[in-house]
Design a protein around this ligand. Structure first.
Ligand SMILES: [Zn+2]
Length: 374
């Protein structure tokens, strides 16, 4: 399955201006008009999208930092269409009936694309390290094979192993459809809960049906800019919010995993996390929010996608009310993220999910744990 993936080609398709601005943390460029093309049927059927289009800059810009002021400029184009009513008809039997944590009313999943666990200390990531001190964590959680962005995020959010969700490609291929199965957004939206995705990669719209989202926002820019977009329009009534930072992966493909250049943007990702935490605090939401910070895969050299531990091992850090504090003994798999989120919100977990709630993290007895995908 992995042989057919074009992981590196897809993820390394980074504009040189973007790299330059990312590395030096340059301020956002001013916009000029250029509409992004809505190629996706999913987007046409609903949801909100921001296109930031970088046009025409040459590689020479890498050598001439000053040209950033004169470079062609990204465009923000937003369209908002009311999402259609959910049409799900499944009635999955609840697998578990115990009551989740005391006051979890919303879930935020932050996926830092390509974040190796050993980058957290090396960068460092002080905000994430602080979450580890006050929450439940493991630095040896496992993603799925192929350890590539789209299959892994599909497993993270559908609770299913790749053989079930069927996403065996890693490019944005709308003609392939979306991940199969009932995913976290389907569950939440069918229950009348507000669901949002803010992502740095357009292709992540293939993890769920647009009708299960109140908004899908693609911000093709640095993690900090994505966070600024989110906080500028902070959705007060969300229940499931998935945030995806792309920059760590982008820089890994160019400069290598754990390179100084990548670690510098890992530090920036942590700053963006800090802004999110401050916003939650300011709104009084921190005490009722389950926040899971994780990743889709690691990396080695300038690639990932293999079954090597460097690619397969991911961090999994949960913070929120009533959670266990300390290092988890449970062997966590990325499918458990969806299951933990669903369980914490009291949503019925479909019987065919491979993911299992990380009960230990929720301060509950561990009755069952997930297994490696076949
Ligand atoms: Zn990725």
């Amino acid at each position: 399955m992995g042989a057919g993936l074009r992981t590196r080609a897809a993820d390394a398709n980074v504009h040189p201006m973007y790299i330059l601005r990312t590395f030096f943390d340059l301020p956002p460029l001013q916009a000029h008009a250029s509409a992004g093309g809505d190629r996706s049927p999913a987007l046409q059927s609903g949801a909100m999208k921001i296109h930031r289009h970088f046009m025409g800059s040459a590689w020479v810009c890498l050598l001439l930092a000053a040209c950033q002021m004169a470079a062609p400029i990204p465009t923000a184009t937003a369209t908002l269409t009311a999402a259609p009513a959910p049409t799900l008809t499944f009635t999955p039997p609840p697998t578990f009936t115990s009551t989740p944590g005391p006051a979890i009313r919303r879930v935020i999943i932050l996926s830092i694309d390509g974040l190796r666990p050993d980058a957290i200390q090396a960068a460092p990531m002080p905000n994430l390290l602080a979450l580890m001190k006050t929450g439940a964590y493991t630095l040896s959680a496992q993603t799925v094979h192929p350890s590539a962005t789209l299959p892994a995020h599909a497993s993270m959010l559908t609770g299913l192993c790749p053989a079930k969700h069927g996403v065996d490609w890693n490019d944005y291929l709308p003609e392939n459809g979306i991940a199969q199965g009932v995913d976290l957004f389907d569950l939440a939206h069918a229950a009348g809960l507000r669901t949002l995705i803010y992502t740095g990669k357009e292709k992540l719209q293939q993890v769920t049906d647009a009708s299960s989202l109140d908004a899908f926002v693609w911000v093709n820019d640095r993690d900090k800019v994505l966070m600024q977009n989110l906080l500028a329009d902070f959705p007060a009534d969300f229940v499931v919010l998935f945030i995806h930072f792309a920059t760590t992966d982008d820089m890994g493909h160019v400069y290598g995993w754990l390179s100084p250049e990548q670690l510098s943007v890992v530090f920036r990702a942590d700053e963006a996390l800090g802004e999110l935490l401050s916003a939650l605090d300011a709104r009084g939401l921190r005490g009722e929010t389950l926040l899971i910070v994780t990743s889709d895969h690691g990396g080695h050299g300038t690639i990932h996608g293999s079954s090597l531990p460097e690619d397969m091992t991911i961090p999994w850090i949960a913070s929120g009310p009533g959670l266990y504090v300390g290092q988890l003994q449970t062997r966590v798999h990325t499918m458990d993220t969806a299951a933990t989120a669903a369980f914490a919100l009291g949503l019925p977990i479909p019987a065919d999910w491979d993911g299992v709630p990380v009960y230990e993290a929720l301060g509950l007895p561990v009755g069952k744990t997930s297994q490696d995908c076949p």
